[in-house]
Design a protein around this ligand. Structure first.
Ligand SMILES: C[S@@+](CC[C@H](N)C(=O)[O-])C[C@H]1O[C@@H](n2cnc3c(N)ncnc32)[C@H](O)[C@@H]1O
Length: 244
């Protein structure tokens, strides 16, 4: 149920700055000293965020080629305008050997899938990588009981504002957004080289297996609630800036 029927395609140009992807890209460029890179953005949606990243690199004199992958038909036309190459496919069926990348991005794409699917996708992401590539992702682990709280951070974009007052009243006050954006940035990771990425896929599985039963159950409840709220929201989009 969670794997097939719920595919939010929401994104917006400033997204990768806000959630910390840009910070990791800059850090990689500084450390590797590369001036000519290939970026593969998996689950890029309309790729407006990828385009913003590309513009930033162009303005800094970094040569780049951007490849976006997304299976959604509705994003096709727009995405084709925003990246150098758009593959309108399920990433699991893309021949990764054709697209070796320096930077692989996989953001907000699979947090709602079960742990086995998550691990499969991260493992697939690693196949686009070379020994000195980086994978930038916010795909969560539930290694510590406290990690469970991060689900709400991922889900916050997918539920209607008015309904959040029932489970997150703070959102309506003062500097909350600013604080939240710092917390979201902390949840962005980068893995250097194929091996690190593959190891992360393994950790996704073991951390779920070690999670107490109550928290596993809580995860399913949280996802069902988010799925329901997402449907409500689709009936009434809350902002013109955001695209479905
Ligand atoms: C919420 S959007 C994220 C967009 C962008 N990465 C961001 O962070 O703003 C998730 C996208 O992943 C795509 N997606 C989900 N599963 C996929 C798969 N197996 N292969 C390719 N794209 C997939 C969906 O179609 C959707 O457009």
């Amino acid at each position: 149920m969670f794997d097939k029927n719920w595919k939010p395609t929401l994104t917006y140009p400033e997204r990768y700055e806000e959630i910390g992807v840009v910070d990791h890209v800059l850090e990689y460029l500084r450390a590797s000293n590369k001036r000519d890179i290939v970026i593969v953005d998996i689950g890029c949606s309309t790729a407006v965020a990828t385009k913003q990243l590309k513009n930033m690199l162009d303005n800094s004199g970094i040569k780049n080629r951007t490849i976006g992958i997304d299976l959604s038909q509705t994003v096709r036309e727009e995405a084709m305008q925003n990246v150098d190459l758009f593959l309108n496919q399920d990433v699991m069926y893309v021949d990764s050997t054709l697209y070796p990348a320096d930077i692989v991005i996989c953001c907000n794409m699979i947090f709602y899938l079960n742990h086995l699917k998550k691990a499969e996708v991260i493992s697939k992401c690693s196949q686009f990588m070379k020994d000195d590539s980086v994978l930038i992702t916010n795909t969560p682990l539930f290694e510590q009981p406290s990690d469970y709280a991060q689900l709400k951070l991922f889900l916050r974009d997918y539920v209607p504002v008015m309904l959040t007052i029932f489970y997150n009243p703070k959102r309506f006050y003062g500097r909350y957004k600013e604080t939240e954006s710092i917390r979201v940035k902390r949840r962005m990771f980068s893995f250097h080289g194929k091996n690190e990425a593959v190891a992360y896929a393994g950790r996704i599985i073991t951390s779920w297996e070690n999670l107490p039963l109550g928290q596993k159950f809580g995860w399913y409840i949280e996802m069902a609630r988010a799925q329901f709220l997402t449907k409500v929201r689709r009936l009434k989009p809350r902002s013109k800036k955001r695209k479905f």
